[in-house]
Design a protein around this ligand. Structure first.
Ligand code: SAM
Length: 221
């Protein structure tokens, strides 16, 4: 029996309309959809009449569930990998499954679509011909600050992901290490409270010290 195919399917980063026709077809055709949070992905599958079996695959069960998915692939079943938002493998557990499939000779096919970093970059107004994606910097203050220090000599546009509860710490570190640089802060892209703030690090820090950060953030320096 021929092994199945692992499809890496990009899904919306907020607005459920941001999905391709091909992604919907593949999600309907495969035997299993591996997703981070089944309740979250269920909102998408219900919207498009997709009744494929959902299996949770996330950071803390990825070893065990990875083997389970691999067994199904080896048995000839097609699997689609999705994440809670955007493109699997970009700052989420998808990378582990992709590597496992490749190591086991499984065909991996991308179904392209949204990813938050490119969505933010193109509206930033910053140079897009050369950029560097750093994802989430370390939780550990000393490591985060060390990386920021290294990035100060970076000539390309720098893209960072950040969670709301760490945003002010990150802005304070940027202000101290980079100085009062211009930053684009993209928040809740494609969603109801979507916004892009283009301002100095000091003003953004002042704003988010007064107003509790909510939602999902991308910083572009
Ligand atoms: N795989 C995803 C992708 O392709 O972009 C990224 C997953 S990562 C776990 C989640 C982070 O992406 C968030 O903390 C935020 O920094 C960024 N992000 C995701 N959706 C976003 C949105 N709608 N607006 C702004 N940032 C977003």
């Amino acid at each position: 029996m021929n092994p199945g195919t692992l499809y890496i399917v990009s899904t919306p980063i907020g607005n459920l309309e941001d999905i391709t026709l091909r992604a919907i077809r593949i999600l309907k055709e495969v035997a299993i959809i591996a997703c981070e949070d089944t309740r979250h992905t269920k909102i998408l599958t219900s919207r498009y009449g997709i009744d494929t079996r959902l299996i949770s695959y996330f950071q803390y069960n990825r070893i065990q569930k990875g083997e389970f998915l691999l067994k199904h692939l080896k048995d000839g079943k097609d699997v689609a990998l999705v994440s809670d938002a955007g493109t699997p493998g970009i700052s989420d557990p998808g990378a582990h499954m992709i590597k496992l499939a490749i190591e086991n000779g499984i065909t991996v096919i991308p179904i392209p679509g949204p990813t938050a970093l490119i969505t933010a970059l193109v509206i930033s107004g910053k140079p897009t011909h050369k950029f560097v994606f750093e994802g989430f910097l370390s939780n550990k203050s000393s490591q985060r600050r060390k990386r920021l220090q290294e990035l100060t000599s970076e000539k390309r546009t720098v893209i960072l992901y950040e969670s709301p509860h760490r945003l002010t710490k990150m802005l304070a570190d940027i202000l101290e290490i980079y100085g009062d640089v211009d930053i684009v802060l993209a928040r809740e892209l494609t969603k109801k409270f979507e916004e892009a703030k283009r301002d100095k690090a000091s003003s953004l820090l002042e704003h988010f010290t007064k107003t509790k950060p909510r939602g999902e953030f991308i910083l572009i320096i």
